[in-house]
Ligand binder design. Structure first.
Ligand SMILES: *Cc1c(COP(=O)(O)O)cnc(C)c1O
Length: 462
């Protein structure tokens, strides 16, 4: 059989590879830059050698987003239990299209969806689906909104629709605009609302645009609030957006792909107030919960809208299918993406997850305080573990050249990986987050020292 002649050698190769990966979190000098030189197709090789080569290629050719000093974009660092749960799930390969084929996996995912819907306060009727990530979740939300509001759209397509608007802020994730495009509304249907100095959607602008719509008899399909912008971690004014959406008869979607993590830390939950009034919520466990990429979720207080949107019939599928995932989500066959999340949650419980997240928030607080003490100007609009900063002491302290110089110097130093970001209003800043649970206080201190040195060197023009 394919690659199964000697399972022991394969397990050994896999164990070696995973052990090196685990040790690499400390041993690797830095998150790396990611070189790639995959071998082309060669002569067939022993499976154990193939696994070894695969692991080596990945070790050399990957920016280690799971590294303790990766201060970059929201990526979790998968825990070993999550990685192994993923592997075991891959081996059993439950077919999640139908509950009948995979009753255990389906029950696990239903429990996960119910637990997270409860965390966000979506009500006892809420449901949802595990998705491949936030992009799929945002698209699913828009499809559900259309199916619920305009049943004729299912049959007649966009011809059945009146002119529609969707609203989101200029800091909303690009997958919102992508979803508007993919469902056929065209990006001109999306009105991008500017943001204030803290990157939050400007309510007065939205209000006046909604009044315009009403005067012109234009319908509003959805208002999208972002809870945790990808760049600065800003949270839109959700209660006001909920009220405006209600008044306009619009679907209220909250993209909490990353910022939803605050809902898991009881004392931070207040930052998300208003999310409980959402029609749907995007949350990405793979951004913050120690699981590998590939686990997102779309939660909704109208699970029946998913069935309206996605139910199809096939002679070989069960007919009474509304509980089957194939009849309520974009994918048909799909992997058991809930397995790693189940493993993390079953290991730590929500209390343990809160404790881990609390550490990251505290480290970001330490980073913020350290940067302020060093004289950087800091933007941190929410408790989310990310800090944007620039050097107000230099006339070019926000220029791409200077900021790239600082980032490049820190990366070359092995002190961490961070990046330059640009907000929708065109202003640049360095962006440093504490996205994963492996970061320690010593890592943050090292980043601060490295920044201080790099800044001093650049000040001397060296
Ligand atoms: C990352 C992100 C997305 C996209 O999610 P993927 O899991 O990468 O598909 C959507 N919205 C926000 C706010 C994000 O941070």
């Amino acid at each position: 059989m394919i690659g199964e002649e000697d399972p022991r050698a394969l397990f050994q190769a896999a164990t070696d590879a995973l052990t090196r990966w685990l040790e690499g979190h400390r041993a690797a000098a830095a998150p790396g830059r990611g070189a790639a030189s995959p071998d082309g197709a060669r002569d067939p090789a022993a499976p154990a050698d193939v696994l070894r080569a695969l692991a080596e290629g990945l070790a050399d050719g990957t920016v280690r987003t799971d590294h303790p000093r990766y201060f970059g974009l929201p990526h979790a660092s998968p825990s070993l239990v999550a990685v192994l749960a993923s592997t075991i799930a891959a081996a059993h390969n439950p077919q999640l299209a139908t509950t009948r084929h995979a009753p255990f996996a389906a029950a696990v995912e239903r429990r996960l969806v119910a637990a997270f819907a409860e965390i966000f306060g979506l009500g006892s009727n809420a449901g949802g689906v595990i998705t491949g990530g936030g992009a799929e979740a945002n698209l699913t939300a828009l499809v559900a909104a259309l199916a619920r509001r305009f049943p004729a759209w299912q049959e007649e397509g966009v011809r059945a629709l009146p002119p529609l608007r969707v609203y989101a802020s200029s800091e909303a994730h690009p997958t919102v605009s992508r979803a508007v495009r993919v469902v056929g509304l065209g990006t001109s249907a999306l009105r991008v609302v500017p943001t204030d100095g803290l990157h939050r959607l400007k309510l007065d602008v939205l209000r006046s645009w909604l009044e315009e719509d009403e005067a012109q008899g234009r319908k509003v399909l959805a208002i999208v609030g972002t809870a945790g912008t990808t760049s600065a971690g800003a949270i839109d004014p959700l209660p006001e957006l909920a009220t405006l959406a209600e008044r306009a008869g619009a679907w209220f979607h909250v993209d909490a792909a990353w910022g939803g993590l605050l809902g898991l830390v009881p004392e931070e939950r207040g930052a998300l107030v208003g999310i409980e009034r959402a029609d749907s919520v995007t949350f990405d466990p793979h951004k913050s919960l120690a699981v590998p990429l590939g686990t997102g979720m779309l939660l909704t207080r109208h699970p029946e809208a998913l069935v309206t949107a996605f139910r199809d019939r096939a002679g070989y599928m069960p007919r009474e299918a509304s509980q089957d995932f194939y009849a309520r989500s974009l994918p048909w066959s799909r992997r058991f993406a809930g397995a790693p999340l189940h493993a993390v949650l079953a290991t730590l419980g929500f209390a343990g997850i809160a404790a881990e997240l609390r550490r990251s928030l505290a480290l970001a607080g330490r980073l913020e305080a350290g940067l302020r003490a060093q004289g950087f100007a800091v933007l941190r609009p929410s408790a989310l573990p990310v800090v944007c900063f620039h050097d107000p002491a230099r006339p070019d302290g926000r220029s791409g050249g200077f900021l790239q110089g600082l980032a490049g110097s820190v990366i070359a130093d092995g002190a961490g990986w961070l990046s330059v970001t640009r907000s929708a209003n065109g202003q640049r800043a360095l962006r440093a987050a504490v996205p994963n649970h492996r970061t320690s206080e010593a890592d943050v201190e090292r980043l601060l020292r490295s920044l201080e040195r790099a800044r001093a060197r650049l000040a001397q023009g060296a």
